[in-house]
Design a protein around this ligand. Structure first.
Ligand code: MLT
Ligand code: ZN
Length: 488
C-alpha cells in the first residue's frame, strides 16, 4: 500500500478533525517537552473513540507502520516523540477526553485516557473525593501518559505511584484487540494481573484508552512545615522520626537545596534555606477529629531537639502553605528560566540519600568545580532530581550532550552502586533506553524484551522507546519482528 493509500484509509477512519497533516499544526507534536528531540511524522492521528483506536491499530499492524502514542506530551525522556525517519505516526489521545463515571461508594473514577490530570482531580472533588496524584505538570499531563510512565510526584510517600492507584484499564493491543479490564474491584484474584504490564510501559505494548482510578476521602486538613535544615542531617532518620511521631500522616517530604531555592522567582525572602537545605513536610488527614496541627508541632519540636533544624516555619494560613508549595513546584520553571539544566532523576535507598549527596557533589566538583547543581526532590521516596545547571553562555544541547557522555555515567554508577536507579519517576523513553540496557539485570532485561515481543511481535508500538528495536528479541521461542515498513 502506498503512503497516500494508507493516509486515505486513516482518513476514512478518522475524518478531517481526526487527522492533522499540515506542517504548522504537526510541529508541537513532534518535539519533546524538554526540547531535546525533534521527530517527523506523516500525520498526527486524533481518534475520538476507542473503536477508532482499534481500527488504526488493525491498519498499522497489517501494514507494519509504527504508532507513537502521545498524551499531554510532557515526557522528560522523549517517550512520546516520533523518531526522525518520518515513518512513525503520532497517535494523540487529546480527543479521548471524557470523564466516564465517578462512583462515590466504590471511591472510583473512570476516565478516558486523554483526560487532563487536573480535570480528573476536579471530577473526583466534585463527588466529595480525592485523586491522590499530584504532579507539577498536572494542568497539562493526561491520564494515559501518567499511566504510561507510572508517574510519581509529590505524595507518593503516602499514596504510592500511579501503579498503586489504577484499579482497571482499557487497552488496545497492537493488532487492534481490545482488552477491557475496567473493573473497580479491590479484590480480583483471577489470574495474571495484565494491567500491570501496561503501567509504566510508555505505550510500547499497547494504547491505554481508559482507566479506573482509586479515590480516597478528601484530605482537607493539612499541616505544613518549612524546615531550615542544619548541615549533615541524616534525612532518613528525620523522616523515620516524623513518620513515627505523626502516626504516619506524612503525605510529602520534599527536599530543596539553597541553589534550587534561589532559582525561584517571587520568593519574598521569608522562606529561607538552612545550611543543609530545606525539607518541606506536609501532614494530611480527612478527619475533623485529629489535631493535625498539634501533631506536626510536636514532631517538629523533636526535630529541633535533635539538632536537625536551624528554624522551622509552620504555615499558619492557606496562603502561607500555598507559597511554600509554589516555591517547590516552580523550581523546574526556575531552572528553565536560568538557561536550562541537565536532569538526573535518580533514586537510592533512603539510608543512602545523604551519602549520595556528598559523593555526587565530590564527583561533580572533580569533573568541573565551576559547575552548579540544582538538587531537589522527593527525598521521602529516596528520589532526587540531581540537576546540573547549564552555565550561562553555553549551548544547552551541546552541554547536555557533553554531560550525558562525560559526567552522567559516574552519577548513575554511583546511584546504581548504592542499590538505586538511573530513572526514578521520569521513565526511560528514547533518551534512557541505552541506560536500561546497560544497568538492568540481564535476566530482567531478557524478560522485558520477551514481554515486548509477546505483546508487540511486529514492533509497531512506539518503536524505539524503552527497548532498542535493533536488538531483536531474546533467544526464546518468540518470533523476530520484521523491520518496520519504510513509508517514505
Ligand atoms: C518535579 O519533581 O518537580 C518534577 O519531577 C519535575 C522536575 O523534576 O523537573
Ligand atoms: Zn519529581
Amino acid at each position: 500500500m502506498s503512503v497516500s493509500d494508507l493516509m486515505q484509509r486513516l482518513h476514512a477512519i478518522l475524518g478531517d478533525a481526526g487527522m492533522l497533516t499540515d506542517a504548522g499544526r504537526l510541529a508541537p507534536y513532534l518535539v519533546d517537552h524538554r526540547d531535546l528531540v525533534r521527530g517527523r511524522a506523516p500525520a498526527v492521528l486524533r481518534p475520538s473513540s476507542t473503536e477508532q483506536v482499534m481500527a488504526i491499530m488493525r491498519l498499522a499492524s497489517a501494514h507494519r507502520v509504527g504508532i507513537v502514542p502521545q498524551a499531554g506530551n510532557t515526557s522528560y525522556c522523549a517517550g512520546a516523540t516520533p523518531d526522525a525517519s518520518g515513518e512513525q505516526f503520532v497517535l494523540s489521545l487529546e480527543r479521548l477526553d471524557k470523564v466516564r463515571a465517578v462512583d462515590p461508594l466504590d471511591a472510583a473514577l473512570s476516565v478516558d485516557a486523554g483526560v487532563i490530570l487536573k480535570h480528573a482531580q476536579e471530577a473526583a472533588e466534585a463527588a466529595g473525593l480525592y485523586l491522590p496524584l499530584s504532579l507539577g505538570s498536572e494542568g497539562s499531563c493526561c491520564i494515559g501518559g501518567v499511566i504510561g510512565t507510572n508517574a510519581g510526584g509529590l505524595s507518593v510517600l503516602r499514596y504510592g505511584m500511579t501503579r498503586d492507584l489504577v484499579l482497571g484499564l482499557e487497552v488496545v493491543l497492537p493488532d487492534g484487540t481490545l482488552v477491557n479490564d475496567m473493573k473497580k474491584l479491590r479484590k480480583n484474584n483471577t489470574g495474571y494481573d495484565i494491567r500491570q504490564n501496561f503501567i509504566g510501559a510508555e505505550g510500547s505494548l499497547g494504547i491505554v484508552t481508559g482507566a479506573v482510578l482509586k479515590l480516597i476521602p478528601i484530605p482537607a486538613r493539612r499541616a505544613t512545615a518549612w524546615v531550615e535544615l542544619a548541615p549533615g542531617v541524616p534525612l532518613a532518620d528525620m523522616l523515620a522520626l516524623v513518620r513515627r511521631e505523626t502516626s504516619d500522616l506524612v503525605s510529602s517530604f520534599e527536599f530543596i537545596t539553597a541553589r534550587s531555592l534561589a532559582l525561584v522567582a517571587g520568593n519574598d525572602g521569608r522562606l529561607k534555606s538552612g545550611s543543609g537545605g530545606v525539607i518541606l513536610v506536609e501532614l494530611s488527614s480527612s478527619s475533623r477529629h485529629l489535631p493535625i496541627g498539634d501533631v506536626l508541632e510536636g514532631a517538629m519540636g523533636e526535630v529541633v531537639e535533635a539538632g536537625w533544624a536551624e528554624d522551622v516555619i509552620i504555615a499558619q494560613t492557606e496562603a502561607q502553605r500555598a507559597q511554600m508549595w509554589r516555591i517547590r513546584e516552580t523550581i523546574p520553571e526556575g531552572e528553565k528560566h536560568f538557561g536550562g539544566s541537565v536532569k538526573h532523576d535518580i533514586s537510592v535507598p533512603l539510608g543512602s540519600t545523604v551519602a549520595f549527596l556528598a559523593r555526587g557533589g565530590t564527583l561533580v566538583a572533580a569533573y568541573d568545580p565551576a559547575l552548579e547543581l540544582s538538587v531537589y526532590g522527593h527525598v521521602g521516596d529516596g528520589n532526587l532530581h540531581y540537576n546540573v545547571l547549564v552555565p550561562p553562555g553555553e549551548d544547552r544541547l551541546a552541554f547536555t550532550d557533553r554531560i550525558g557522555r562525560e559526567l552522567a555515567p559516574a552519577l548513575y554508577d554511583l546511584a546504581v552502586g548504592m542499590g538505586g536507579t538511573f530513572s526514578a519517576e521520569h521513565g526511560v523513553g528514547r533518551l534512557k533506553r541505552g541506560l536500561l540496557q546497560h544497568y538492568a539485570d540481564p535476566g530482567r532485561y531478557r524478560v522485558l524484551r520477551g514481554i515486548k515481543g509477546l505483546f508487540d511481535p511486529l514492533g509497531v508500538m512506539n518503536p524505539g522507546v524503552m527497548v532498542d528495536p535493533s536488538l531483536g528479541l531474546p533467544d526464546c521461542d518468540l518470533p523476530v519482528p520484521p523491520p518496520i515498513r519504510r513509508l517514505l
